[in-house]
Design a protein around this ligand. Structure first.
Ligand code: NAI
Ligand code: 15L
Length: 274
């Protein structure tokens, strides 16, 4: 048993979205923080490689299945769901019903702490020359962004009504590398994401805290002073990718990728017009 597990208040942490890009990373990096990680997704996952892992296939849109999934859990790291823009009907079950099912199961089973993978697309219609803190009025850029905005409101409600605490991380762009000019500002390294989740799990009295998930990039659009109690200290920077990114042809100055914090998401859709 690692030192961290020995001192962790968490016997079992549930990670949803465990088959996804970030879920596969967190499957490894969250290991020190609980005796057991319960890994869940609608997609197949690699089998458990020891008693520190449980693997459970579950559809977030299925309320009874989520209720069973949460039984015996001390904290939830909720990363499952549709992760890009789609028609509203495709987002409704996994993201909107799904986040309700997670909080309702948390209430029923006495879970006191949730980390919610929110997104920069909650505020994606702000321009890149604006600096925002967590109190900025939301400006979702997509049905996907709306679903994350709803998830944050769900977190706020479940704290006010039932005392379940949440850290909602408005993740920028969490990938191995910053892939374009926008991501030079929005990039979040996997190590910094893990630090944010660790701070979210272990900081006392977070109520409902909204924190922006970006690394220590040279240009950042987000001010995390309202989440200073988390003591998040990003260690990485997108500067290491700047030369490669700037060697790419620059998009036009009025391209949404150059204008809006949410980039291309602001221009997706409409859906369903024949
Ligand atoms: P991903 O798409 O690779 O992973 C999402 C996982 O959720 C997938 O494995 C998928 O099978 C699962 N899922 C979808 N519908 C489900 C359902 N009905 N029931 C159970 N599981 C379902 O996305 P990624 O990049 O790993 O993101 C993880 C989370 O972080 C998502 O919630 C995403 O919205 C959020 N996020 C990610 C960012 C990034 O830069 N990677 C930025 C902002 C937010
Ligand atoms: C997100 O919310 C998405 O999940 C991810 O795939 C990226 O598009 C990211 O935002 C981004 O804005 O770069």
């Amino acid at each position: 048993m690692t030192e961290s597990v020995a001192h962790s208040p968490f016997n079992c942490i549930l990670l949803t979205g465990a088959a996804g890009g970030l879920g596969k990373v967190l499957r490894e990096s969250l290991r020190p923080y609980a005796r057991t990680l319960r890994l869940s997704d609608i997609a197949e996952m690699a089998p458990s490689d020891g008693p520190h892992e449980e693997v459970r296939v579950c559809d977030l849109a299925d309320k009874n299945a989520v209720d069973q999934l949460v039984e015996g859990v001390d904290a939830i790291v909720h990363f499952g769901g549709v992760s890009t823009e789609h028609a509203f009907e495709d987002i409704l079950g996994p993201n909107i019903c799904g986040v309700y099912h997670i909080y309702e199961a948390a209430r029923r089973h006495g879970v006191k702490r949730v980390i919610f993978a929110s997104s920069n697309h909650v505020i994606g219609f702000y321009r890149q020359d604006q600096t925002l803190d967590a109190a900025a009025v939301k400006r979702p850029d997509s049905y996907y962004g709306l679903s994350k905005s709803y998830g944050e409101d769900m977190a706020s409600f479940y704290f006010d009504r039932y005392g379940i605490e949440t850290v909602s991380i408005r993740i920028g762009s969490s990938f191995p590398e910053a892939q374009n000019r926008r991501m030079l500002s929005s990039w979040l390294s996997y190590d910094d994401l893990t630090q944010l989740i660790e701070r979210g799990l272990f900081t006392p009295n977070v109520g409902h805290t909204v924190v922006y998930g970006a690394s220590n990039n040279r240009t950042v659009w987000w001010d995390n002073r309202l989440a200073s109690h988390l003591d998040y200290q990003p260690k990485d920077s997108s500067e290491q990718f700047r030369a490669k990114v700037e060697a790419q042809p620059a998009p036009a100055a009025d391209d949404p990728a150059m204008v809006y914090q949410g980039g291309a998401f602001v221009a997706a859709g409409p859906f369903g017009d024949d």
